[in-house]
Design a protein around this ligand. Structure first.
Ligand SMILES: Cc1cc2nc3c(=O)[nH]c(=O)nc-3n(C[C@H](O)[C@H](O)[C@H](O)COP(=O)(O)OP(=O)(O)OC[C@H]3O[C@@H](n4cnc5c(N)ncnc54)[C@H](O)[C@@H]3O)c2cc1C
Length: 457
């Protein structure tokens, strides 16, 4: 429960229309895209850096923790508020402050939605490569919080590879700027890289300097359909081993093909074991030769059908199916647990084989969705959280999958972050000494553990 005094102070800082403390509003911002939820005292929407500074200083003075939030689509419990905390929602800081096409730099506020940014850049013939499947909803601040990936990240790298600099409000209310417009790294410790992916635990990002790229002249989108998921995963390893770097190399198995098809009617083959969406970009003259090589590799791995999208509408349909698939699993079962492990690319077929086995051993519905080119895959376990026996098996599978990824030389999180959900798994990956270093970094920025408490460690 929030006191009248605190509520009045919050309203004085950000304005009455930017503070919500009624039960419905507060619970609306106490969820994210996991099955977890919490209860905050209030949600506030700062619209400037100065307001953020005042909020941080005031809440520090009354000993109230703060949870930064963008669109709340994270899949790790990263924005679940602990009791008695205030959610600081950046989704009203949406300005594009500058698009500098001469220097390939854009300066934006953290609440700008990734897709809206892409639409604006397109007018200048530019784009921003990191494109989480959720990009129509997610904010750039949230993308930085998690160091998000996305389909295009196979060729172009993840969020951290595009962040040149930041303006950040620290837990004591001071503002720092890290990096800036320069493409070479900043001198001293690389604070930008420490802050990107820190899940709102070290500082609040209020301004972002991003690297942007001119749009490639040409692209081709291909669909490879397989009877067996193992053949699709072998194709991924073969394409990578052949030294070809498509823009995207996405995989969906039979369960998720059907789920996406139920939601979109995109014309996906319901009887296929798996499919790959392969996209290449670059110069027009290179396109056909690359398509030919990729088609040949797919053929060797027993592809059933290999198609090239002929129209923009066909390309859009394929991507719609891919992008809605996580949201559409609610049609199948009421609950889901989405894993986010990454393995070395050459190990991808072994990991997929193991998931197929796990599905049988634990008698659970597990779909496989992957940014496959990166070895980053999302076994999507479908269940009903009211069924205790099923929930126990789901937890056992989560552990099994993380253990398997580590045994194959991988990591427990490729792009969704640790948040609350994967806290016990990060300890399987890092030594006690490494975890101690994490804690020291947290304490150096936030000695009173006021920013997004309880997350990561
Ligand atoms: C259907 C679906 C598909 C998805 N596909 C992908 C995908 O392809 N790739 C991928 O990587 N992820 C994906 N995600 C996960 C999610 O969309 C990403 O993690 C996204 O970047 C979160 O952005 P957001 O605006 O929702 O941030 P939130 O969920 O609100 O926040 C994410 C983290 O950032 C912190 N944060 C937010 N704003 C700030 C700020 N201004 N300063 C400091 N910290 C801040 C939060 O505290 C939290 O820890 C998907 C999710 C869904 C539901």
């Amino acid at each position: 429960m929030i006191s009248h005094n605190v509520l009045d102070q919050l309203k004085a800082i950000v304005g009455e229309k930017n503070v919500f403390a009624d039960t419905i509003s507060v619970s609306s911002y106490s969820y994210d895209a996991t099955m977890l939820s919490g209860t905050a005292m209030a949600t506030v929407f700062p619209v400037t850096t100065e307001q953020t500074v005042h909020l941080v200083k005031y809440l520090d003075s009354v000993n109230i923790p703060l949870v930064p939030r963008g669109a709340g689509t994270n899949l790790s419990g990263g924005t679940i508020p602990m009791e008695n905390s205030v959610v600081v929602n950046f989704s009203r800081m949406t300005k594009i402050l500058e698009i500098d096409t001469e220097n390939f730099v854009a300066v934006v506020e953290p609440g700008l939605v990734n897709f809206d940014f892409q639409v604006e850049l397109e007018k200048y013939g530019f784009y921003y490569p990191p494109d989480p499947a959720s990009y129509k909803a997610t904010t750039l601040g949230g993308n930085l919080g998690e160091c998000s990936g996305g389909p295009r990240c196979f060729k172009y790298g993840v969020t951290r590879d595009y962040v040149l600099g930041l303006e950040v409000v620290l837990p004591d209310g001071q503002i720092i700027q890290t990096g800036g417009r320069n493409f070479r790294s900043e001198p001293g410790f690389d604070l930008t890289r420490i802050l990107v992916g820190s899940e709102g635990t070290l500082g609040f990002i209020t301004k972002i300097f991003l690297r942007i790229l001119p749009k490639p002249a040409a692209k081709k989108t291909m669909l490879a359909i397989y009877n067996e998921v193992e053949d699709a995963s072998q194709t991924v390893a073969d394409i990578v081993a052949a030294g070809i770097v498509p823009t995207t190399l996405e995989m969906m198995d039979n369960i998720l093909i059907n789920t996406a098809e139920d939601a979109t009617g995109a014309g996906l083959p319901r009887d296929a074991g798996a499919l790959l969406i392969i996209e290449i970009d670059g110069h027009e003259v290179d396109m056909d030769a690359q398509v030919e090589i990729i088609a040949e590799i797919c053929k060797k791995a027993r592809v059933r059908e290999f198609k090239i999208a002929r129209t923009v509408a066909e390309v859009d349909q394929l991507w719609l199916a891919r992008r809605v698939v996580i949201g559409s699993v609610a049609r199948r079962r009421p609950s889901y647990s989405l894993q986010d492990v990454t393995v070395p690319r050459s190990m991808f077929p072994s990991a997929v084989k193991e998931i197929v086995k796990v599905r049988k051993d634990y008698n659970l519905d597990i779909g496989i969705l992957a940014h496959a080119g990166d070895g980053n895959f999302h076994p999507l376990v479908l269940f009903d959280q009211r069924n205790k026996d099923e929930v126990e098996r789901v937890h056992a599978v989560e552990k099994h999958i993380c253990t398997m990824a580590l045994a194959l030389g991988g990591t427990v999180s490729g792009e969704h972050g640790i948040g609350l959900l994967k806290k016990h798994f990060i300890e399987m990956e890092f030594s006690a000494t490494a975890m101690e270093s994490f804690k020291k970094i947290k304490s150096a920025f936030d000695p009173n553990h006021r920013f997004n408490p309880g997350k990561i460690m």
